[in-house]
Ligand binder design. Sequence first.
Ligand code: PGA
Length: 262
Amino acid sequence: MPDSRRPRMVIGNWKMYKTHSEAERYLTDFIPHIKDSTVEIYLAMPYTLIDLGVRLTKGTSIAIGAQNMNDASEGAFTGEIAARMLVDAGASFVILGHSERRTLFHESDSMINRKVKKALQSNLRPVLCVGESLAEREAGKTHEILEQQLKNGLADVSIDHLSQAILAYEPVWAIGTGETATPQVAEEAHRFIRQLIESLWGVDLAQRQILLYGGSVRLANVPALMEQPDIDGLLVGGASLLPDSFAQIINAIHTLPIGKET
Ligand code: PGA
């Protein structure tokens, strides 16, 4: 069970799904289901839905955010979006370094690092995703990759700012494949990340750092994942697209016992 000093959190990543009317229907259905939840709920929406999402979730505990951004303040970057535009639309967080961005759009660790720093300067909470591919895992390189992505992604970020960042361990081989990491495999990676944070930035930050697991999360595997001491919450893609299945995941976590301080 995770440490009770850290909030339990679930982020839904809608990826490139939903129109205005679909989002409206979703939220009308979803909000009553989670109104008593003590779990922190974040929804990462397509840019076009952020303003609507913020309006429809007003007065609830749901935070609305984006799935990517550019690191420049503004400029001639056709098709890109700036942090200040996201803030202006009401976003409070942004997913950065998702494996789909790294792989399909060739985002490097240094580009992701610039985005993380820009988000923090702009009052947007970054959710930095890290994770190894299947080939890297099979080659025994999981720790090396995690260390590289974390150190480079968080380079030159002050301790005060670091405590604002959320980290998500998302093994690439588990994303959208239906193949969830076993709770033991996920916990091992999470423990490694927490120990790395402790060695780089101290025990205080390591104990407060929110670490999420992502990759084919389904209701059936939620309790076993959330029982692990270093998993504080979940980043959910496919299962966040239907209001019922996402609410069931959140409510399953809400009813689990809260851990003790370690
Ligand atoms: P999935 O996606 O739950 O559909 O595997 C997770 C993610 O990409 O964040």
